[in-house]
Design a protein around this ligand. Structure first.
Ligand SMILES: [Zn+2]
Length: 119
């Protein structure tokens, strides 16, 4: 029998990246690096100045439209794949469907980072 130690991974409050948890450290860290803490601090300050709630997020229109396009493409691919595999569940078709789905979903990688980078 194997026992696997799962280290609880903390996500950075700004970029969502993993935070290394130092053993024996006191208060858990909220950010993966100083620049993230600084950017979050500045964003909160700016939000207060604008009278926004902390949960409000301002992003560039171009960034949100880009994300919307990617989600639309992914939605179309899901519909395509559902239709295709309803008719044919052969390994070849499943492989094609998976490739199609992954190809449509892959551009979303890094989209979150671009959104934050644009704010
Ligand atoms: Zn971070």
């Amino acid at each position: 029998m194997y026992f696997v130690t799962v280290t609880k991974r903390q996500a950075c409050a700004w970029c969502g990246g993993p935070i290394e948890i130092a053993a024996g450290a006191g208060r858990p860290r909220q950010y993966c690096r100083r620049s993230c803490r600084q950017r979050d601090f500045e964003a909160r300050k700016r939000a207060r100045e604008l009278g926004l709630a902390e949960s409000d997020l301002i992003v560039a229109r171009r960034a949100i439209e880009g994300l919307d396009d990617l989600l639309f493409v992914l939605g179309c691919a899901i519909a395509d794949v559902e239709g295709d595999i309803a008719l044919d569940r052969s390994p070849e078709q499943l492989q094609r469907s998976l490739d199609w789905l992954l190809g449509s979903a892959r551009p979303l990688l890094g989209a979150s980072e671009r959104l934050r980078g644009a704010s």
